[in-house]
Design a protein around this ligand. Structure first.
Ligand code: PLP
Length: 390
């Protein structure tokens, strides 16, 4: 049986023609007309004035930190429940991540704990240089609250919307809330360029500087002249062509993932011990991945058991992100709280969420999950009967 992947790419009708155009025009370079057009079309879709197309979301976060002046010895706040790429660029700058636990109602960074951390650090004159706020699994953080807290301490916020393209918060698209905001077009994201990212901002100078820093920081001179250390982070014109095609069908992809989330909920919510990632009333998530938590005593199996049985049936699922404060690479970094995120990791599972998933594939996934629960019931009944000697 064909493997069902967690979140495979899903091409539309236009990508191939656009890529052929890049070839036909010989723009096989990290600049060109598709890069310019992708930036403009993307900025328009989000409703921001400026965007820079980059080689990855990680590169976009790294540039955002450089733009905000994060350097050696600085602290930067980041949620603990996220992909490592949210925090790795902090260390590229010689700065230190400070992790914050999740809010159980949204799984995003807990605003109360953020306020406590900023309050404590203000007293010690050790405010962080920036706060990275992640829109986890495609659900925006509560930005009215987050931005108000950051503004009180005059700390800039970077929005890591890598997973949240197409989501909204109080009617505004994800990516509108940071001093700089970041998107990813990695292969498993809601749209993909095979690899790529975007940095967006209301601030023209930020994006102009980002382009400069992303192309080896070449000074305006007739020869190669450099006054600061740059990066090689621009997106290829070929990949930008793919991105333009993908952007045209973004609304369809979001609708498909949201529909899948609703279908999973309808098909599984009667099972004891299964809960879905909560959706906050303040916005519309893009439902990038459908995530559940499993209570093993009620469901009859742990998330590890379920993941193995799914894998045996050739179905890919993944545990919720392992919190960064539990990652060996970040051992020794401070974390405020952490039990909520650790529990979500222990019990959380991301189900196959591809926008091209067929009805048959969906039924296969549901069949395995319901089967695990039914088998657990049978084993339990057998044990009880055995114990009373029947
Ligand atoms: C995917 C992702 C990134 C990194 O994006 P890449 O394009 O893979 O470098 C950053 N943050 C989060 C939350 C992500 O999910």
């Amino acid at each position: 049986m064909k493997r069902i992947y967690l979140s495979p790419p899903h091409l539309g009708a236009d990508e191939f023609e656009l890529v052929k155009d890049a070839f036909a025009s010989n723009w096989i370079a990290p600049l060109g007309p598709h890069v310019d057009a992708f930036e403009q079309e993307f900025a328009h879709a989000i409703g921001v004035p400026y965007a820079a197309a980059l080689s990855s979301g990680t590169a976009a976060i790294h540039l955002a930190l450089q733009l905000l002046g994060v350097g050696r010895g600085d602290a930067v706040i980041c949620p603990t429940l996220t992909f490592c790429a949210s925090a790795n660029p902090i260390t590229y700058q010689g700065a230190t991540p400070i992790f914050i636990d999740s809010d159980p109602d949204t799984w995003n960074m807990d605003p109360g704990l953020l306020a406590e951390e900023l309050h404590d650090r203000a007293k010690r004159n050790r405010l962080p240089k920036a706060v990275i706020c992640v829109d986890l699994y495609g659900q925006c953080a509560d930005y009215d609250v987050m931005l108000d807290i950051c503004a009180r301490y005059e700390v800039p916020l970077i929005e890591d919307a890598a997973e949240a393209l197409g989501a909204t918060y109080r009617g505004k698209p994800a990516g509108r809330f940071g001093a700089c905001s970041v998107f990813s077009f990695n292969g498993n994201k809601i749209i993909t360029t095979s690899g790529g990212g975007m940095l967006v901002s209301e601030n023209a100078r930020h994006i102009e500087r980002a382009r400069f820093l992303a192309t080896q920081a070449r000074d305006p001179a007739p020869h190669y002249q450099h006054s600061v250390v740059g990066n090689n982070y621009r997106l290829s014109n070929v990949l930008a062509a793919i991105g333009r095609g993908q952007l045209r069908i973004l609304a369809d992809r979001v609708a498909a993932r949201r529909r899948l989330f609703d279908r999973y909920r309808a098909a599984l919510e009667d099972l004891p011990g299964i809960k879905f990632m909560p959706q906050a009333a303040y916005g519309e998530p893009n439902a990038w991945l459908t995530c559940i938590t499993i209570d093993p005593t009620e469901f009859g199996a742990t998330r590890q058991n379920l993941q193995h049985v799914l894998d045996d049936a050739n179905i890919e699922s993944r545990p919720v992100w392992k919190p960064l404060h539990l990652q060996p690479v970040f051992a020794g970094c401070a974390c405020r709280g952490g039990d909520v995120a650790s529990d979500l990791f222990e019990r959380g599972l991301c189900l196959p969420s591809g926008s091209a998933m067929t009805d048959d594939e969906f039924d296969r996934v549901i069949g395995v999950i319901r089967g695990v629960h039914e088998d657990a019931n049978k084993i339990m009944a057998y044990k009880i009967m055995n114990a009373i000697g029947v």
